[in-house]
Design a protein. Structure first.
Length: 90
């Protein structure tokens, strides 16, 4: 259980970092991380990092696709974790 929590924390830190790196690349007008990559990493249990990245870096907050999709991914991630936890405790 502890290793799972550690892996999720590291993954979300990585996703958070991706949002920050993409923001820096955008400011420098350099080649960017694709929107698909940012969204897929959020969907794959990285939505908390994505949400924090959007808020802290103020990145992708103007895009409706991100304002809707990343919070939805967060709730899906939370629901999946809750279902897994319930199954482990039964």
């Amino acid at each position: 259980m502890k290793i799972t929590i550690l892996v999720l924390l590291v993954w979300n830190l990585l996703v958070f970092s991706l949002y920050g790196i993409d923001k820096l690349l955008a400011k420098g007008k350099k080649r960017r991380i694709s929107e698909a990559t940012l969204l897929v990493t959020a969907l794959c249990m990285g939505a908390a990092g994505g949400l924090f990245g959007m808020v802290i870096w103020n990145h992708k907050t103007a895009k409706l696709k991100f304002r809707l999709t990343v919070p939805l991914c967060f709730f899906l991630n939370f629901a999946l974790l809750w279902l897994v936890a319930v199954q482990l405790w039964m």
